[in-house]
Design a binder for this molecule. Structure first.
Ligand SMILES: [Zn+2]
Ligand SMILES: [Zn+2]
Length: 240
């Protein structure tokens, strides 16, 4: 991990903005220059999004998808940003960095987004152990640890992947539900707990619904979701 961190520091010295590479207008140790911090704010999810899944809406009323039970096992989803631009760049860096400095502005926004809500524990969406070995770390766990530091809510590694799944991003939306079916197992006691799943980005939500189902079957009282970003579902086929 130390080697990765040193390499990351050479590739992304802390005097340059992580998004645009601009060397000026940045305080040492900050992830973003003023202009990119501003563009990050441009991706903020507005208050009139669907209150359950955060899909873009005009009214703030639950969307058709949620009314018809699409969230399925998740009480609500929380995220500070829509996916794209500077948000996308930071999320990609979190995944392939590893660049903790890229995770900081995302985790800070996720912490703000929780407001005063205090679940019993934060549960990172796990990687399969082989993928964890390849990558060296789990970006969801990294964000989870930082949100825990900001909120005081403990991290509970309650889930494990029992089956290696194909990368969701490599599959069409309609194949994603099948890809993650029965892929998770609960490995910590969660009976009666109010849990907040944590991941980097939610696209169709198939992965997190499978996680929520596993946690509810293990006795959790409720499961909500916190991600750094949401990819709007409006372009996805009906039912996803
Ligand atoms: Zn910048
Ligand atoms: Zn919705």
């Amino acid at each position: 991990m130390q080697i990765f961190r040193s390499a990351a520091r050479v590739l992304f010295p802390d005097c340059r903005c992580l998004v645009c590479g601009e060397p000026r207008d940045i305080h040492s140790g900050d992830a973003l220059c003023g202009s990119c911090a501003h563009s990050l704010a441009g991706h903020a999810i507005p208050t009139y999004a669907c209150p359950l899944c955060l899909s873009p809406m005009r009214t703030g009323e639950p969307c058709h998808y949620c009314v018809s039970g699409g969230m399925n096992g998740l009480v609500s989803a929380h995220a500070p940003f829509y996916y794209g631009g500077a948000v996308q760049r930071l999320i990609v860096l979190c995944k392939f960095g590893p660049v903790e400095i890229a995770a900081n502005p995302l985790a800070a926004a996720m912490t703000d987004c929780l407001g005063t809500a205090r679940p019993d524990a934060l549960v990172p969406v796990p990687l399969h152990h082989e993928r964890l070995r390849e990558r060296g770390f789990n970006q969801a766990a990294l964000l989870c640890d930082l949100v825990s530091l900001g909120t005081g809510v403990p991290v509970l590694h309650a889930l494990t992947r029992i089956r290696k799944t194909r990368r969701q991003s490599s599959l069409p939306p309609e194949a994603r539900e099948d890809n993650v079916r029965d892929a998770f197992d609960a490995v910590a006691p969660v009976t009666g707990m109010r849990l907040m799943l944590v991941d980097d980005v939610r696209t169709t939500g198939s992965t997190v619904r499978a996680c929520a189902k596993t946690l509810m079957a293990a006795g959790a009282m409720e499961v909500r979701l916190l991600t750094a970003a949401v990819a709007p579902q409006r372009n996805l086929p009906k039912g996803e």
